[in-house]
Design a protein around this ligand. Sequence first.
Ligand code: FAD
Length: 441
Amino acid sequence: MTTVLPKRVAVIGAGAAGLVAARELRREGHEVVVFERGNKVGGTWVYDPTTESDPLGIDPARTVVHSSLYASLRTNLPREVMGFREYPFVAKNGAHRDPRRFPGHGEVLEYLNDYTTKFGLGELVRFGAEVRRVGLEGGKCKVRSTACGEPLDEVYDAVVVCNGHYTEPRIAEIPGLETWPGRQIHSHNYRVPEPFRDQVVILIGSSASAVDICRDIAGVAKEVHIASRSVTEGTMGKLPGHDNMWLHSMIESAHGDGNVVFRDGSAICADVILHCTGYKYHFAFLDVNDIVTVDDNRVGPLYKQVFPPLLAPLLSFVGLPWKVGPFPLCELQSKWIAGVLSGRVSLPSSDEMMADIEAFYRTLDASGIPKHYTHNVGDSQFEYNDWLATECGCPLSEEWRKQMYSETNKNRKVRPETYRDEWDDELLVAQAHEDFFNCSS
Ligand code: FAD
């Protein structure tokens, strides 16, 4: 018989990752404290209309706003795929509810609030409590937090880091930008299009946010020029369906007279540069003798994106992978951590974990994948999720979920303007609902 050893565990953050970690840890019998520096659960999904004192988000002394949501944001995944495996994200009736398959951000927050209530997680969260330091002490973790300015030091058997990774902006390096006289902002501080009315805007990037924001702004701006790394000869020029939006190659240089020159030789005199250039992993509170570091946006070394071999299972990370469906992935990572902490699931030796990580890095190198793509689990996410599921002894990913994820990607390419309202995967939706019904009955 397996001996289950309950641990006292600190979870940092009460976003989707921290909530599911708290649920899985408590389910396994652990004692859980969730530290949340904000005053609500939901993390990214708590829309904040205010922006930071530094619109580029790079001044370390700026007032930090956690969420990067903009007012018009709708999910880029259908709710069936997006939701946790054990708490489906189904449409609900109610005055504040949004029943669409790709709902607005407020509906995701409602869903996370429902999840919190359903599993009684609110009582585990210390709101307004910011973790300032996680150190090591006698085989345990020493956690320093502050609440209302009061510092508190406590010792925990383990710490699960769930602090999110869409708050610290990454900025494009462009020669001459320091002399360019226009306004610059990172998408982290973009909320509504109005400040861009009648302006000439250059938007850098081609991520999901970039695609949404350029369309948002085009409704009021004079011109929108998108500088994209992934542009090809045939796609450059005016975008079909828009009379004020152009696609360009990357920016070559910016100049003191307001001109911005693109690599294709064209030049635009712009009012604003909007950097939709992504985010950096950031763990200002980690003080673990450099056993885990962030190098060129690689957090490592981490076994299977979760455990640093030399500190496992004392320290773990939930939700680092990107280009994935984060909720179900975080759910499986959390089950794994909870099982490992109680001794029900075992880990390889630290040498074996390190060898696995080194082999993983070699595979990335051999495929020409840069270091900063280490956590882009994208194409292998279901393989990864199934590996976790097998470790935890729970069912593999649902077939409809895998197919729906890939159909959504295809639909997004074919119908970039309307994929959230037009689709052809009704059959998969029916299968998902059948599954949800069976799991609730
Ligand atoms: P977060 O939601 O960021 O939560 C982290 C929490 O940790 C926050 O509450 C924060 O206050 C707290 N915290 C941080 N540091 C500390 C500290 N030191 N002490 C105490 N508390 C701390 N995902 C989808 O599935 N579908 C989508 O359509 C989608 N769209 C997105 C659009 C945008 C613009 C962005 C930025 C992300 C989107 N995502 C989407 C991904 C999204 O990040 C995840 O869905 C999910 O919110 C990640 O949850 P998390 O708990 O890891 O991080």
